[in-house]
Every structure is written in C-alpha cells, then in structure tokens.
Design a protein around this ligand. Sequence first.
Ligand SMILES: Cc1c2[nH]c(c1CCC(=O)O)Cc1[nH]c(c(CCC(=O)O)c1C)Cc1[nH]c(c(CCC(=O)O)c1C)Cc1[nH]c(c(C)c1CCC(=O)O)C2
Length: 344
Amino acid sequence: MSEERRKIMRVLSGETLTPPPLWLMRQAGRYLPEYRETRTRAGSFLELCYTPEYAVEVTLQPIRRYGFDAAILFSDILVIPDALKRNVRYTEGHGPEMDPIDETGIRALNGEGVVEYLAPVMETVRRLRGELPEETTLLGFCGAPWTVATYMIAGHGTSDQAPARLFAYRHPKAFEHLLMLLADISADYLLAQIDAGADAVQIFDSWAGVLGETEFEAFAVKPVARIIASIKARRPQARIIAFAKGAGYLLKTYRQKTGADAIGLDWSVPLAFARELQQDGPVQGNLDPMRVVAGGKALSDGIDNILQQLGHGPLIFNLGHGITPQADPSNVAALVERVRGWKG
Ligand SMILES: Cc1c2[nH]c(c1CCC(=O)O)Cc1[nH]c(c(CCC(=O)O)c1C)Cc1[nH]c(c(CCC(=O)O)c1C)Cc1[nH]c(c(C)c1CCC(=O)O)C2
C-alpha cells in the first residue's frame, strides 16, 4: 500500500477526510492494564524505551485494542538528555529527574554520538513498520528544545518552569547555545527515525505556554523552525506536526514561522480560532483529556463540538494533551466509536 492510502498522511497533505482520522497523545500508557504488565516486566522505564521488543509491544497495544489511524513510537522526550549523559532516571511517584545543568555543563555538552546511542529507538521504528497494519501511520517524535531544556535546567518537572525562565534571562548566551545544540541533535534524531520508517514526526513543546511573546519567538519558534528547516532540506517529503501547548494567540503565526505541516492544539484553544488556523492547513486536537476520564455526556458533547466545528476541514482528531492514567479504557473505545461514526 502506498503511503498516500494512510489517512493521517493524507490529512497532513491537506485533505479533509470524513470522519477525520484519529490517534491520542500518550495512547500507550498506564491507563492500559497490558502496558502496566509490560512496564513491570521491563523493570525500569528507560529499559522499556531502549528494548525494542518491549517498546514495539507497548506501541502496538493501543493499535490492537482500538485500531487508531496512527501508532506513535514508544519512547520519551528525555532520551536526548539521557544520551547527553545527564543521568536521567524515572522514579515511581517522582516523575523524571536528572542532574541539573549549569553554564559550565552547557559548554561541555557534546552532541556527537547521540543518534548512535539512540540506535535501539531506530531499531524499534524499523520493527514497528514491519509489524503495523499497512494503513496505520507510524509517528516518530521528539521534545522541542525549550521543553527539553526546562527539564535539563531544573533537573525535574516544575509547575511553571521558573528555573529555565530565570536561567534564560541571566545567561542568554549559554541558553541560546543549549537550544541550538538541542535543535541540531533533534533534527538528526528525527531524520534517523524517518529513515528507519517513521511516516511523519511530532515535535512536543509541552511548556510553550509559560513563555512571554518575545521568549516564545526566541525559545519556541526559532529552534523548532531550525529543526524543521534542517529536516526538510534533507527530506523534502517529510511531514511534521508541531504541538506548542498553551501558546494561545501566539499560534496565529506558528505554522508559517516554523514551517510545520500541521499544528497541534490544546483544549484551551477556542474552536473559532482553531477554524481560523485551519484555513492555513491541517490542525490536530483538541479534546480535554478530562472528558475521557469523565466519560458519558461530557465525552460525547466534547467530541461532537470538535467534529462540528473542525470536521469540515483538514483535521486529525486527538486530545489536547496526553491521556491520563485514570482514564477508563472503555471510554477510549466509546471515543473511537463516536468519531468513526461521524457522517459530517
Ligand atoms: C513532557 C513530556 C515527557 N514525555 C513526553 C512529553 C511531551 C508530551 C507531554 O507533555 O505529555 C512525551 C512522551 N512520553 C511518552 C510518550 C510515548 C508515546 C505515546 O504518546 O503513547 C510520549 C510521546 C511515554 C511516557 N513517558 C512517561 C510515561 C509514564 C511513566 C511510566 O510508565 O512509569 C510514559 C508512558 C514518563 C514521563 N515523561 C515525561 C514526564 C513529565 C513523565 C512523567 C509524567 C507521567 O508519569 O505521566 C516527559
């Protein structure tokens, strides 16, 4: 089957499909009992990411259950800091942690060997393309430099990324160097995923929403534009989704400035504004993940609203952020059924 038959690839090229194709951010994860089982077997979270046999298995789990139109490679955005020897660890109940980096540490960073270190991820992609149904799009991904940098500087997740914002004001040169280094590494990493068989890739800028206007340009737009330009210069056919969570009105020029084919929308984006953004190309989103937890009318009303307002243009139906561990798998089945049953 040619790539053009894959629905998500068709929408990424600008087609409107009725019903829209769908996948969910974090579709492989703790809400699924089979994920928890494999996770326990793997031992550590990084072991799960770096063992192709396990990573392939958990990537396929939501495809088997729900037949989503895309599978997303199972990995994490923090494998890049791990490859940069930042001592990344995931401890139960703490979220990810790593050694916080300072100016001296940034100057000492060396991006060589990162893609080689991440060879197991590319092996996972290769095996996935062989095992997935022909019609299923395979998505690769990475974190955007700003979001990855927030974890590298604080050494852990924070609610407002104050440590990274402060560091950027105090040490603008070192911070710029960090972002550009991460951009160049990320471009090579995504290119390697594409060459291993990923149909398209998504760049997650989960923390774009804490940035002011000037900083959004410098820390979110500029590095993501650099990644996309670098990939497209080498693989002009590559398709790229950029997701800047919380960017609000700043999304108005985000697609055009970054060169992304599609833009991801979180649930705070008003649907009238989303429709405006859709005039320039495909959008992806944007159901509140809590509607999936709530189920029932909250779920069906939220889905219907998005379909009615965005379903007549190029849309990839998705959540506005990752599905949460407390979501009931049967609500996900109801979501899929409702989207698939939409007649336009
Ligand atoms: C910021 C970020 C991270 N990782 C990611 C982001 C960007 C998207 C977002 O904002 O959610 C992206 C990510 N992380 C994971 C995927 C896998 C693919 C998929 O979407 O199914 C993807 C695309 C697996 C994961 N990554 C992580 C888990 C849970 C860990 C576990 O199983 O113990 C999964 C399934 C761990 C992780 N990894 C990260 C955090 C903050 C955490 C802890 C929070 C949590 O526990 O949910 C960093």
